[in-house]
Ligand binder design. Structure first.
Ligand SMILES: *Cc1c(COP(=O)(O)O)cnc(C)c1O
Length: 234
């Protein structure tokens, strides 16, 4: 399969998943996860209409950003972010998906302030409470989001999760649904007397190659696909 055909196939499957639950496919932002892929791969995917690219390593994102040097591409930091590396990507990324502590957010806020910019972030939730995964727990979400939302240079745009790796994507449905519920709580303040964040809080980043259709059925509006677009990573 070529990158072009893979993108066509994924778009078809997004359309099918949306049809199933009466959603508009235009609501779904497809992020091409290009970690370990070459500049040529990225440029090829861009030539078939991809504009959003996700990377999990700061160094790799930064290098590709500089080398490809295409201002119409949007870069997403989707992997764990160390505080001492925030400075390398803060002015390059559209969205940081992986904010998992008040301390990290505070560092992002400081670096954004220095540059007089606003940082768009998602809060990563470890929805299945996996020991091996980063992310805050659901129980601490309200407290942490409330604290981070006070930071002047940060817009919390929504939530992100990495669901467990499973063969059968149905197993992750409950996790996607749980994150969606949390997202609704915080975005519409309609339950449990929960506060509302200061900016639009409308992004729900969940679903990868193995489970994105289920994620869409459960309300994802940003999906992160690597293998499905570029093939298996080395
Ligand atoms: C690698 C990665 C993906 C994409 O995974 P695939 O299974 O290849 O689609 C999505 N999100 C994050 C955070 C990743 O690190």
């Amino acid at each position: 399969m070529s990158i072009k055909n893979n993108i066509i196939e994924i778009k078809n499957r997004i359309n099918e998943a949306c049809k199933k639950v009466n959603r508009d496919p235009n609501e779904i932002t497809l992020i091409a996860v290009s970690k370990t892929m070459t500049n040529e791969d990225i440029i090829e995917a861009a030539s078939f209409g991809m504009t959003n690219f996700g990377e999990n390593k700061v160094q790799e994102l930064s290098t590709k950003y500089n080398e490809i040097n295409n201002p119409s591409l949007k870069w997403h930091q989707i992997g764990h972010l160390q505080r001492n590396k925030v400075k390398y990507i803060i002015d390059k990324v559209e969205l940081i998906h992986s904010v998992d502590s008040i301390k990290l957010a505070s560092k992002i806020n400081d670096e954004a302030l220095k540059r007089n910019i606003t940082a768009n972030i998602l809060i990563q939730v470890n929805i299945a409470n996996e020991e091996t995964k980063f992310g805050i727990s659901r129980n601490e979400a309200h407290h942490i989001i409330r604290e981070i939302d006070k930071m002047s240079q940060i817009n919390i745009k929504g939530l992100m999760t990495i669901a467990p790796y499973v063969e059968n994507s149905e197993i992750n449905r409950i996790h996607f649904r749980t994150l969606k519920d949390l997202h609704v709580d915080i975005s519409s303040k309609n339950k449990d007397n929960i506060f509302k964040v200061k900016n639009s809080f409308d992004i729900l980043s969940m679903g990868m190659t193995n489970d994105y259709e289920v994620a869409i059925e459960e309300g994802a509006n940003m999906i992160r696909i690597g293998t499905g677009i570029f093939g298996v990573r080395e």
